[in-house]
Structures are given as structure tokens and as C-alpha cells.
Design a protein around this ligand. Sequence first.
Ligand SMILES: [Zn+2]
Length: 92
Amino acid sequence: MNVTVCEVCSGSTFKSLFEKDNESYQQCVTCGLIRIYPQPSDERLNKIYNEDYPQIWGNDENVYRPLKEKLNRMIFNYIKAREREKTEKSGY
Ligand SMILES: [Zn+2]
């Protein structure tokens, strides 16, 4: 199987957690990221974001949109922090 590196830490070792609907859920052993592999198509991602998110946070876009943006920022900051950490460790 052609395994791409981790999107967060660039680690290359994943352990398979389970499979559902012909998709493999795997976890990066280095940073703990859980991902679906292969990455879902844009169509599938749109379906997930457009259908499931409003169901979780209510159907009022004014309610869930700020939450979604906050979550996106948190993920972005997390990834940035990991990159900084990695850069500091490698001594550059
Ligand atoms: Zn990782």
C-alpha cells in the first residue's frame, strides 16, 4: 500500500484502527492524528462538512459558522505549533 506521510508531523508510520465503508481509519504513531485513508474526495468532504456539521451544531448557520471558524483556527494553530516544535527540535 502506498502510504503518504502524516499531514501534521510528516511521520510515515500509521497503525490501522478500523475500516468502515471501504475506508481505512488510521492513526499516526508519532503525533496521534487520526485520518481517513485514502483521503476522501472533495465531494465526500463537502458532504461531511455540509451535512454532518450543521446537524451537530444546529441548522442555524449563524450558530455553527463561528464555531466552525473557531475550530478551523484551532486546528491551524495546532499545526503551526507542531511545525514550530519540530523546527526547534531539529535546531534550525
Ligand atoms: Zn503525525
